[in-house]
Each structure stands twice: as C-alpha cells, then as structure tokens.
Write a protein that binds this ligand. Structure first.
Ligand code: GDP
Ligand code: MG
Length: 172
C-alpha cells in the first residue's frame, strides 16, 4: 500500500498529543489526558496515489517501551518532541533517536526525523532555539519550534512530512 506511517515520540507532557490534535482536529485543550497509544489516519488530499498518512501518537512512559519499539520498527518517519520549558525532555530524546537509528539504519533520506521543540509560546524557556538546532545538526535531522497552543509551525511540521512522503528516497 502507499500508506506512510509517522510516529510521534517524546517524554510525557511535551505536547505530542496536542500537536497531533491541533493538526488533525484543529483544536487545543489545556487539560492533560495521558495517552497510551492513539493512531490517526489522514487521507493525503492532493496526492494522486491512493494513500494515507498514519500518525501514531505514542506514550512517553517507560512501561511501554515495547509498544514504542514496535511503533518505531513500523514507522516511515519520526517526530521527536521535547518541550522548550524542560531541558530534560530534550535529553530524554537521545535514547529514542539512537533506537530509531538502530532499528531503521543511518540513512536520513530513507528515514526522516524531525526534531520539534514544542511550547514555544511559553516564556519560561529552558532550551534556546540555538540549542535545539545544535542537536538537530548533530543528528542530521530537520528542526522546528512549534506551539500546539498558539498554532505556530504545526502546519509546517506536517507539511514537511508530507513532502518527505512525496519525495521518496533517491536510489542507492
Ligand atoms: P503528551 O504527553 O506529550 O501527549 O502531552 P499533551 O499533548 O497531553 O500535553 C501536555 C500538556 O501540555 C497539556 O496540559 C497541554 O495543554 C500542554 N501543551 C501542549 N502543547 C502545548 C503548547 O504548545 N503550549 C503550551 N503552553 N502548552 C501546551
Ligand atoms: Mg499524549
């Protein structure tokens, strides 16, 4: 099938579900509802191919490492989310990034990763934009700061993914 599976990963509370909800449903809620695993399917509108974008919204909890691993193994592209208000959440992405590379190989064209610093609407910042960009540079991946709350860069984030899907990896 032409389906394209995107996996959203990161620590609890960084706004993974909020980003997906903002894009899929166009809304935002303040209340925190812990996720175990949710999947969404969006038809790829203007694509002539019959395909869909599947989004797997994962949990950050350590108890669900097995689910995370399975989601990564099945994924085609990855959104790694931290919160700019908590440095620790950026550091916690490192083992996830390494697991992606371990399970999917080292070719960023074949297996795109986007690093996302969410909650950029917040003024109590612990991670500068430069610091986020430096991680992305080290990991050789794309980088965006977003706000699910204020709807900043959410369209851009998912558009990046859709562009990856339309532009399959070059041969070799
Ligand atoms: P998840 O555990 O990563 O799925 O996090 P959630 O999406 O459930 O969000 C956790 C909390 O952060 C909720 O209270 C959200 O309302 C809040 N939140 C999510 N995104 C943003 C954002 O962009 N800005 C702000 N200020 N709060 C956010
Ligand atoms: Mg969630």
């Amino acid at each position: 099938s032409r389906d394209f599976r995107v996996v959203v990963l990161g620590s609890a509370g960084v706004g993974k579900s909020a980003l997906v909800q903002r894009w899929v449903r166009g809304n935002f809620r303040e209340a925190y509802l812990p996720t175990i695993e949710d999947t969404y399917r969006q038809a790829l509108g203007c694509s002539h191919k019959a395909g869909a974008l599947h989004i797997t919204d994962t949990t950050g909890g350590r108890r669900y490492r097995g689910l995370q691993r399975l989601a990564i193994a099945r994924g085609h592209a990855f959104i790694l989310v931290y919160s700019i208000t908590r440095k620790q959440t950026l550091e916690e992405l490192k083992p996830l990034f390494e697991l992606i590379r371990q399970l999917k190989g080292n070719n960023p064209q074949k297996c795109p990763v986007i690093l996302v610093g969410n909650k950029c609407d917040e003024s109590r910042r612990e991670v500068s934009e430069k610091e986020g960009a430096a991680y992305a540079c080290e990991w050789n991946c794309a980088f965006l700061e977003t706000s699910a709350k204020m709807n900043i860069n959410v369209q851009e984030l998912f558009q990046l993914l859709i562009n990856f899907e339309k532009k399959p990896a070059a041969a070799g």
